[in-house]
Design a protein around this ligand. Structure first.
Ligand code: ZN
Length: 385
């Protein structure tokens, strides 16, 4: 009984510790009395917990509240260099590794061109060697390693169930790396990690209900509800690339006809036109008939996909991300107006259409966001509103 009591007390304390850390992260600057007000935790307890957070170097005092009647209070913020996360992205042609602060800033990074091998062990062994080299002489306080990669990844066990781009099936990414690197490892797919990164550090700040559509060699989406990524039964929620848009449409690489991605992903557009995406876009800019038809059709189907997502999830924002969006801004020109043509009128003004703001490093920042989000998990709904 005594043991249980102690255990519970420790758990409550740990929970409060991460809750306050999460609120400081979320509000950027916040006073102790605001923390107490938002959480219902007494001033004394908030004082004790913030003291241990400071002792652990996770937060610092910086500046004071202004304009309030009475005594000014010190403001607390995250100590960006108090602890670090290793963010890793694995893509078909490269591995990126970064040292990331708790504020999502990249302190150091390395990128190695390497063709992902069909034999996963070789790629993972190379990743282990690169990570060990990278971590050498780095600050000691590394919380964990986050990994962002394409494909169907199970959560939280980090099994790469299927990665068509790499030709991988049932690869135990997390367990293999955890064993060899001796860190906690969090693995998820790139669509989710981009959404998390933008939520924690980018354009979706404080938008607790949002979705992301990611378009590259395939099409995927991710969904956040009340500040938490929703995953579905098998962590496959959001696989919109294979929703049927036209049962008589073109053959998709999944073996079915008329999937969404046959209209809007780069590899399909290249396959259907027999040109590179750069050539298609150039022809589109030159008003060549065939290219205008292909791109206008892509925009139309993207608009329909956005409309379906809005009807299904009622998000505050839809984030557009991925290589197609980043490299070819023509795709998003007038997209909001095009999308609204498809949207049911009560929902027309309900959402923002945004682009990812973290640029080409969003994958490694996203990988670190997986760790941070887990570090701060179960705290998002505890704030008193
Ligand atoms: Zn398909």
């Amino acid at each position: 009984m005594v043991y249980n009591f102690k255990f519970d007390q420790q758990n409550v304390r740990k929970h409060h510790y991460f809750l306050l850390l999460s609120l400081i992260q979320k509000h950027k600057k916040i006073s102790r009395s605001q923390l107490s007000k938002f959480t219902g935790i007494s001033n004394t307890t908030v004082g004790k917990i913030t003291k241990s957070l400071m002792k652990d170097d996770l937060i610092i005092e910086k500046g004071q509240t202004e304009g309030e009647i009475g005594r000014k209070a010190s403001l607390l913020e995250i100590n960006p260099k108090g602890a670090f996360i290793i963010g890793i992205s694995i893509d078909i042609n490269s591995i990126k590794i970064a040292l990331v602060t708790l504020n999502g800033e990249i302190v150091d990074k390395t990128q190695v061109a390497c063709k992902v091998k069909h034999h996963p062990r070789e790629t993972l062994d190379q990743l282990i060697t690169l990570t060990k080299q990278f971590i050498e002489n780095k600050p000691k306080k590394i919380l964990a390693i986050g990994i962002s990669m394409p494909g169907l990844i199970s959560w939280p066990d980090g099994l790469a169930v299927r990665v068509p781009q790499f030709n991988w099936h049932e690869v135990e990414v997390r367990d293999y790396l955890k064993d060899k690197l001796n860190f906690d490892i969090f693995v998820d797919n790139d669509v989710r990690s981009v959404l998390l990164a933008e939520y924690l550090f980018g354009n979706l700040n404080n938008m607790h209900n949002s979705t992301c559509i990611y378009i590259g060699s395939g099409v995927g989406s991710s969904v956040m509800i009340n500040g938490q990524i929703v995953r579905g039964h098998n962590n496959m929620l959001g696989e919109i690339g294979h929703t049927t848009m036209n049962p008589n449409g073109a053959l998709c690489d999944c073996g079915r006809l008329g999937c969404l991605q046959t209209y809007i992903c780069i590899s399909e557009i290249e396959k259907q036109t027999q040109r590179s995406m750069d050539e298609v876009i150039l022809a589109y800019k030159n008003n060549e008939d065939w290219a205008v038809r292909v791109i206008d059709r892509a925009k139309n189907y993207l608009g329909i996909a956005i409309s379906n997502i809005i009807c299904t999830y009622n998000p505050e924002a839809v984030l557009l991300a991925g290589p197609l969006i980043e490299r070819f801004p023509e795709i998003t020109k007038n997209l909001e107006a095009d999308t609204k043509k498809h949207i049911w009128s009560p929902l027309k003004e309900s959402f923002l259409l945004l682009k990812a703001s973290l640029g080409e490093d969003s994958d490694i920042i996203g990988a670190s966001a997986l760790v941070l989000n887990n570090f701060l998990k179960n705290t998002a709904n505890n704030e008193k509103r």
